[in-house]
Design a protein around this ligand. Structure first.
Ligand code: NIG
Ligand code: FE
Length: 412
C-alpha cells in the first residue's frame, strides 16, 4: 500500500530514537507533500512526492490519495484503568454539588465503590464492556495502550481483571500492556491491617500473576490515606523480583516524596505529578523515569494541572496519557488530552503530540516499534480529514479530525 499526496507527514524520527527530552520535544519533524509506503504491516519507506520513484508507485497493490490530509503516529496511551464494571455518575453529581474527591471517597465513592461493583461482575461481562471501550478508543486514534488492574483488591478479583486484560491483548491488534495495581486502595477489611493486605499482594497474588504471565508492570497509589512511601517501595521491590518494572501513581494530591523514591528505585514512570516542586523536577533529571501527565484527570476533578512547562524547560521528557477510569477521568480520548495539554499546561502542539506518541510509547517500553513515523516501525498511524495544520487539531478541540486509522497498515 502507498499513500500519496500527504499534505504533511508528521512525527518522523530515526528508528532508534526512544524518547524526546526538553527542547527536542518542541520539534515535530515533518515533511510536506509526502508519500508513505506500507509493507507487511510496517512502515517501509516515505519521502517527498517530488522524489517519488514511479516504479514504487506502480508496484503498489493499493494507492490512497491523501490530498489535503495529514498523517500522524497513533496515540500511545500509557496510563488507563480501562477495565471496570460500572460508571460512577452518582459521584459526578456530588462533585457538581461541590464535594471534593476526598469527600466523595469518604461518603462511599472512590476506588472501593468500583471494587464493590466489580466483585460480582462476571469476567465475560467485564471483557465485553472493556472491549467496547477499547474499540472506541482505537477509533479516536489510540494505537497502543496500558491497562491497570486495581478495582479487584482481592485475590480472585485482581486475577479476574488481569485475565480480562490478557484477553484484550489476545483479541486486539494493537499492543496492550498490563499493569498489576493491587496496591490501589486498602479494602475495608484490611483498613487496620496494612501488612496483611500487602502480604496478600506480595506472597499470594504476585507469584500467581507471574506464573500465568498476567502483568508487564507493577503500580501503587502512593498518597496520603492510600499507600505510604515505605509500602510503595515494598511493592516496587516485590514486583522487581518477578521482572515487573514500576509505573507509580505519585503526587496526585500531595507532594509526598513519592517521585524521588520511585526514581531511586528505577521506576519506568511516575504518573500524575499534579503537585510538585523544584526538588521533584530535579530528582527526575538524568533518570530513566518518565513523568506521565494526565490533564483530563485535572480537568474532571478540578485539581491543579501538572507543571509540564517547568519539566520540559528543565530538560525533562514528559508523556501524556488519559488515565481513563470511572472515577476521576471518564474519558480515554487522547485528542482531548493533547488539546488540554496545550490549553491548560502551556505545552506547544508539537510538545503535546510528541508526549502522546513517542514518549507515551517509551512509558510502555514500546518506542522501538511504535510512537513515530520511522522506517521499520509498525504502521500504526492516523490519516486526518482535510485540515489546515497540525495545530488545528488541539485548537479546534471539539471536533473529530480523524478520517482513517491504520493499525499494522490496515484500515481499522
Ligand atoms: O488515577 N488515583 C488513583 N486512581 C485513579 C482514580 C481511581 C478512582 O477514583 O476510581 C486515578 O486518578
Ligand atoms: Fe490512574
Amino acid at each position: 500500500m502507498i499513500i500519496i499526496n500527504i499534505k504533511q507527514l508528521c512525527g518522523i524520527q530515526s528508528p532508534d530514537k526512544r524518547l524526546l527530552q526538553g527542547k527536542e520535544m518542541t520539534d515535530l519533524p515533518s515533511i510536506e507533500n509526502a508519500w508513505l509506503k506500507v509493507t507487511d504491516g510496517k512502515i517501509a519507506d516515505f519521502g517527498l512526492m517530488t522524489e517519488l520513484d514511479p516504479a514504487t508507485f506502480e508496484n503498489a497493490d493499493e494507492v490512497i490519495d491523501a490530498t489535503g490530509k495529514l498523517i500522524l503516529p497513533t496515540w500511545c496511551d500509557s496510563h488507563t484503568h480501562l477495565v471496570f464494571a460500572a460508571s460512577r455518575e452518582e459521584e459526578f453529581l456530588m462533585k457538581i454539588q461541590g464535594k471534593t474527591y476526598e469527600e466523595i471517597t469518604a461518603a462511599g465513592g472512590g476506588i472501593l465503590n468500583s471494587a464493590r461493583k466489580l466483585a460480582h461482575t462476571p469476567e465475560e461481562e467485564l471483557y465485553n464492556s472493556a472491549a467496547k471501550r477499547l474499540n472506541e478508543l482505537i477509533g479516536l486514534g489510540t494505537g497502543a495502550i496500558e491497562i491497570k488492574s486495581g478495582y479487584g483488591l482481592s485475590y480472585d478479583a485482581e486475577l479476574k481483571m488481569l485475565r480480562v486484560i490478557r484477553k484484550l491483548k489476545e483479541n486486539f491488534s494493537i499492543p496492550v500492556k498490563a499493569t498489576f495495581l493491587g496496591a490501589h486502595a486498602f479494602p475495608a477489611e484490611y483498613k487496620q491491617d496494612h501488612k496483611g493486605y500487602i502480604d496478600l499482594l506480595i506472597t499470594k497474588l504476585l507469584p500467581q500473576i507471574a506464573d500465568e504471565g498476567l502483568a508487564d508492570y507493577i503500580d501503587a497509589f502512593c498518597e496520603q490515606n492510600y499507600f505510604s512511601i515505605e509500602e510503595t517501595e515494598q511493592i516496587i521491590d516485590a514486583g522487581a523480583k518477578y521482572g515487573l518494572k514500576a509505573k507509580i501513581h505519585a503526587n496526585q494530591f500531595t507532594n509526598t516524596g513519592a517521585v524521588q523514591a520511585c526514581v531511586r528505585k528505577g521506576a519506568l514512570s511516575v504518573d500524575h505529578l499534579e503537585v510538585t516542586d523544584d526538588a521533584v523536577i530535579e530528582s527526575l533529571k538524568g533518570s530513566e523515569t518518565i513523568a506521565t501527565l494526565l490533564p483530563s484527570c485535572s480537568l474532571f476533578i478540578n485539581i491543579p494541572f501538572a507543571n509540564a512547562r517547568g519539566m520540559i524547560d528543565a530538560g525533562l521528557g514528559v508523556a501524556l496519557a488519559s488515565d481513563f477510569n470511572p472515577g476521576t477521568t471518564p474519558s480515554g480520548n487522547m485528542n482531548l488530552v493533547v488539546a488540554l495539554a496545550c490549553m491548560r499546561m502551556k505545552m506547544l502542539p508539537a510538545e503535546a503530540i510528541n508526549a502522546a506518541t513517542l514518549n507515551g510509547a517509551y512509558a510502555m517500553d514500546l518506542s522501538s516499534s511504535y510512537g513515530s513515523i520511522s522506517k521499520g516501525k509498525q504502521a500504526n498511524f492516523m490519516l486526518t480529514k482535510e485540515i489546515p495544520s497540525v495545530t488545528f487539531m488541539p485548537y479546534s478541540f471539539g471536533s473529530n479530525h480523524i478520517d482513517t486509522i491504520f493499525i499494522n497498515g490496515k484500515k481499522y
